[in-house]
Every structure is written in structure tokens, then in C-alpha cells.
Ligand binder design. Structure first.
Ligand SMILES: [Zn+2]
Ligand SMILES: [Zn+2]
Length: 559
């Protein structure tokens, strides 16, 4: 974590300040602060699932240093919707700050679920439900939630009317067909009043036109379900209630039973049914325990694991390691989800093995088995048009997506000085027409491994990568004692050599230790120097033979 002047910027000016702490230049970890004078709110607190070489790391969190250093000014946390990249980090943040969390009913239900599993302090969080059409105060700001179309129920764009100006945060959104419906009228009204800043979802800014409609997917599912000769495995995200609902409808139409597979999907399904977001026709749902063999032969399994997560039900099925379900010839697998960039390899391997098992796998359009929950260029333009902002900050995207969103805004008539692509931690300060970037606050990623928090600079990750790459050698030895016989050193390597060659090298390394202890005045050296000397000598054995540089651990045995 770094500290610098910007975290102590003057906070008594009436200007608006927006600081993204994640979600810019990367997908995930959506989190930002919005400030007016002395007060501020946090908008969203999401996680990112690690991709790449982060052995043992479960998830990434945004660095909350700035929020924690300024917690005395924090008035609340407002979330746009219940996806993990927007609420997943809340259990960690709520362990450290005591402020109300505002969210719509479905988002709050998912947050409650997360807090049950995640919070350690046992504190009861102050969760306050947002109702569309009922503005509420957070500090001196009046906040209004506007319902927007997205891949999870109850998604909101937020209008913040603050003493320092009006800000619209789109959250994740789609404007079906690119034509704003009556539900978006509050955004138009804000635009007429004058929006100082629009914070805009950029996910699909580089896709021209408008996103295809969800009903196309429903039609495809209907067709596929009717034509499939055997069972159907529909793979989607656990939170994609609309897709699950469409699949249940298609199953009913083709006379199939539905079996929900996986804890998370079952929980989300229960929450969505309880809150009335899902109407399930009588007699469609079944379970692995109650389904008859005849029904099972044509069942629709709805399950997660679309990103190749190694312990998901689908991965285990594809590896033939699932205790209850095996894919067989005649089965159909439909990936009704997008492949998150970075997961191509794992997903590709899984798709290959499903094909090998005899399944027909649909993982690409056409036919349309998935549509994005994020608006394309035409929909983003429509949002900019609707809100007519003075300033724009593109968020929710890799750098190229943010650039594409900026390009759209410029094509739509905004001046380049009004469009601000920010780095995580970069402060945007707006005073009337004028926008400045006075500096940066601490930002970055915190790595979560079980109960542990790891900073990016912490050596543990480097040690893990090195052990994975080069292997480990454990050396146990007794320092020589004058007048007594030398105890034989023992060497054991892990993940270094292969078969008997590895064993021979371990013996060779042991002989080398013996030689050092006997020949090189070992009695006179300090124990520290001796251990370092032995580590180098042992590493040399493996380096010469295998060109490996294993981590060498020494254990001193006392008589
Ligand atoms: Zn979302
Ligand atoms: Zn999102």
C-alpha cells in the first residue's frame, strides 16, 4: 500500500470528487467513492476472481485504505445490484466500517447471504432497502434509484443530488433496443436539471449497435430443449435469474423435469422465488432424490461452472469425477453464459472432454444461447443522450472498453476535456465546468486466501510461484561436533527430479553436504553462515544436473 498527499486533500471545498478504487482498467472489484464537501459515500464494493498465476488466492479485493482513513466522513455504502463484482467485498469492508448499506431487495438478500458466510465480527449490519421511485437521504445527498435492465433482478442506476452537483452512476445496464422506456424517465429528468457527472458502464462499448434481446435466447432454449434426444445441461451463472426462469419455461414446454445442481444456484433460486422474481410452474422442479429414472433420462440440469472453475459441478462432471452425474452419448450441454476473458483454456478443455463423452455442446453463437447483460454502443449513446452530462467517467471495463466508451461520448458531441479515463485511486474533482485531477489515493488489490489477506508486495506469493516452478528440497543435518562421528545428513526433494534420477540427486546432495561439513571448517562457521553455505551447495547440485533452482529449506538436528 502506498500513501501520498492526495489522501489528505482538502475536504472542505464544495467540489464534487469521484475516485474509482477498482473496476477501471480491469473487470471486477467495482468500487468508488463519491464525495461532496466533507461527506462521501461508497458506491459498490465488489471482488474479482483471480486469473493468471496467483496460486492459492481465492479472490481480489480493492484496497480500502482510503475509505478506512476517511471513515469519519463516510455516510453510507450504496450498491447498484447484487452481482459479486459489486457486493462481494462488502463482508470485508463491513468488518471495518459501521455505516448503513443501501440496496434494492434482491441485492440486500444476496448481501445478507454473503454476510452469513463472510463476516467475522458478528456485527449486525444496518441494511436499508431502496425502493424505486422513493428517493432517500444519505448525509446531505438525496439519492434516487432508477430500475434498469441487466442480467440480475433489481438492478439500479443511481442519481445522487448532492450540495456540490448531480451525479448519475449507471450501474450495469442495458437499454433493450436502445430505446429508453418510461422507467428511465427519472434519468431524463435529471438530465434536464443538469447532470454534472455520468459514471457509465463501458463493458460493451466496443460492440456496435444494440445487444440482441433476451427473448432470442429463450427461443433458442425452447428449440434446443425440444430437439435434444437425451438430457440437457444448461450452464449459467447462479445469479442469472432471468435465464434460469427462461430455462424452466422451456423445460415445461418440452415436458422435461428441471433439477437445480449446486448450493449457490439452489439458494439464489429460493431467494428469487421468495421475493417474487421467479414464477415456477407447478410440477416442473424435481431433485436428484425424487426424480424417477424415466424422468431423469430427459431431465434439464441447471448448473454453474461456465468458467471452468476446477471444483464446480460441471468441471467434475467433465472429468468424470462427479459422484451423482455422468454425461453420456445423446446428452446436450448448453453454455448459456459468456466466457470471461482469461478463462478460455480451462473452458476449452472442459468443452473438449464433454464432446469426448458423447455430448452435443453448444458454446458459441449462433444459435443464440446467451446475450450480454450490458448495453452495446447504441445503448451507451442512448444513456449519454438521456442524461446529457457535463462530464463523463467510463467504468466497468478493461482499458480498451473505457477508451471505446470515451470514443462514443466524443462522437456523441462531448468535448475531450469532459471525458475522464481514470486509473484506480485517481481523484477527479469537478467544480462547475472545471474538472481537475489533483492526485491519487492509495489503491490496488488485496489478495484473499481463506482467512488470510495478502498484499501484492508480500513475498508469500513469489515464494509460492517459485516453489511451483522449481520445487522444494528439505535438508536435515547436524553441525559437526569435534571428537564425535558426523551424523549422516538427509535430503528429500519435492517437485524437482523425476523417478530414480531424482533419488540419485538427493543422495548426491546429501554427499555434498557431508563433504562441506567435513572439509570446509564447518565447526568454525556460525550456524547461519553454515546453513546459507549448505543451501547454495545443495542448489548447485540440482542446477547443474537439471537446470532447476529449487527452494532449499535447512533443518538443524541437535544431538
Ligand atoms: Zn452486473
Ligand atoms: Zn458488474
Amino acid at each position: 500500500m502506498t500513501d501520498n498527499a492526495a489522501s489528505h486533500l482538502r475536504t472542505d471545498s464544495p467540489s464534487l470528487r469521484f475516485i474509482p478504487l477498482g473496476g477501471v482498467g480491469t473487470f471486477g472489484m467495482n468500487c468508488a467513492t463519491l464525495e461532496w464537501g466533507r461527506e462521501f459515500v461508497v458506491v459498490d464494493a465488489g471482488i474479482k476472481i483471480p486469473q493468471g498465476n496467483f496460486p492459492g488466492v481465492d479472490l481480489f479485493l480493492p484496497d480500502f485504505t482510503y475509505i478506512l482513513e476517511n471513515r469519519h466522513r463516510l455516510k453510507g455504502i450504496v450498491v447498484t445490484h447484487g452481482h459479486d463484482d459489486h457486493i462481494g467485498a462488502l463482508p470485508f469492508l463491513l468488518d471495518k466500517v459501521d455505516v448503513p448499506v443501501y440496496g434494492t431487495a434482491f441485492a440486500l438478500a444476496l448481501i445478507r447471504e454473503r454476510l452469513l458466510n463472510g463476516s467475522e465480527s458478528g456485527k449486525k449490519p444496518d441494511l436499508r432497502q431502496i425502493l424505486f421511485g422513493s428517493p432517500f437521504k444519505v448525509g446531505e445527498a438525496l439519492v434516487e434509484a432508477v430500475p434498469v435492465d441487466h442480467s440480475i433482478p433489481d438492478s439500479a442506476s443511481l442519481i445522487f443530488r448532492t450540495p456540490a452537483g448531480v451525479v448519475v452512476h449507471t450501474g450495469d445496464f442495458r437499454i433493450p433496443g436502445g430505446v429508453p422506456g418510461p422507467a428511465l424517465e427519472p434519468l431524463r429528468a435529471a438530465g434536464k436539471e443538469g447532470v454534472d457527472l455520468l459514471v457509465c458502464d463501458s463493458t460493451n462499448a466496443d460492440n456496435p449497435g444494440v445487444a440482441p434481446s433476451e427473448s432470442e435466447v429463450a427461443r433458442t432454449l425452447d428449440d434446443r430443449f425440444r430437439q435434444a434426444p437425451g438430457r440437457v445441461f444448461l450452464v449459467t451463472f447462479a445469479s442469472h435469474i432471468m435465464r434460469i426462469s427462461a430455462a424452466i419455461g422451456a423445460a415445461k414446454a418440452s415436458g422435461r423435469k428441471v433439477i437445480l445442481q449446486g448450493k449457490r444456484i439452489v439458494r439464489n433460486f429460493e431467494i428469487a422465488s421468495r421475493l417474487g422474481y421467479l414464477q415456477v410452474p407447478e410440477g416442473v422442479l424435481s431433485s436428484p432424490e425424487s426424480v424417477s429414472p424415466e424422468e431423469e433420462a430427459g431431465a434439464v440440469y441447471i448448473l454453474t461452472g461456465s468458467q471452468g472453475e476446477p471444483f464446480s459441478a460441471l468441471s467434475r462432471i467433465a472429468r468424470g469425477e462427479h459422484s451423482g452425474i455422468g454425461v453420456r452419448r445423446g446428452d446436450t450441454v448448453i453454455f448459456s453464459s459468456r466466457m470471461i476473458p482469461g478463462n478460455e483454456l480451462a473452458v476449452g478443455l472442459m468443452i473438449d472432454s464433454l464432446f469426448r463423452m458423447g455430448a452435443t455442446v453448444y458454446y458459441k453463437d449462433p444459435p443464440r444461447v446467451h446475450v450480454s447483460g450490458h448495453g452495446y454502443a447504441g445503448e451507451i449513446l442512448s444513456m449519454i443522450d438521456l442524461t446529457a452530462p457535463r462530464h463523463l467517467v467510463p467504468v466497468h471495463g478493461d482499458f480498451r472498453n473505457l477508451m471505446a466508451c470515451a470514443g462514443l461520448a466524443e462522437a456523441g458531441g462531448m468535448g475531450p476535456d469532459s471525458i475522464h479515463i481514470l486509473d484506480p485511486g485517481e481523484v477527479l474533482q469537478i467544480c462547475g465546468e472545471e474538472a481537475t485531477r489533483p492526485g491519487n489515493v492509495p489503491s490496488g488489490r488485496i489478495l484473499v486466501d481463506g482467512e488470510m489477506m495478502i498484499g501484492l508486495a508480500d513475498p508469500v506469493l513469489g515464494q509460492r510461484r517459485r516453489m511451483a516452478r522449481e520445487g522444494v528440497v528439505v535438508v536435515a543435518f547436524s553441525p559437526p561436533v569435534p571428537g564425535t562421528k558426523l551424523k549422516e545428513p538427509v535430503v528429500h526433494s519435492l517437485g524437482v527430479g523425476v523417478g530414480s534420477q531424482g533419488e540419485e540427486l538427493d543422495l548426491e546432495a546429501a554427499a555434498e553436504i557431508r563433504r562441506v561439513l567435513v572439509e570446509e571448517n564447518a565447526e568454525k562457521a556460525s550456524e547461519e553462515d553454515l546453513e546459507e553455505h549448505l543451501r547454495l551447495a545443495v542448489r548447485k547440485v540440482y542446477r547443474k544436473a537439471l537446470d532447476k533452482r529449487p527452494t532449499v529449506l535447512t533443518v538443524v538436528l541437535r544431538p
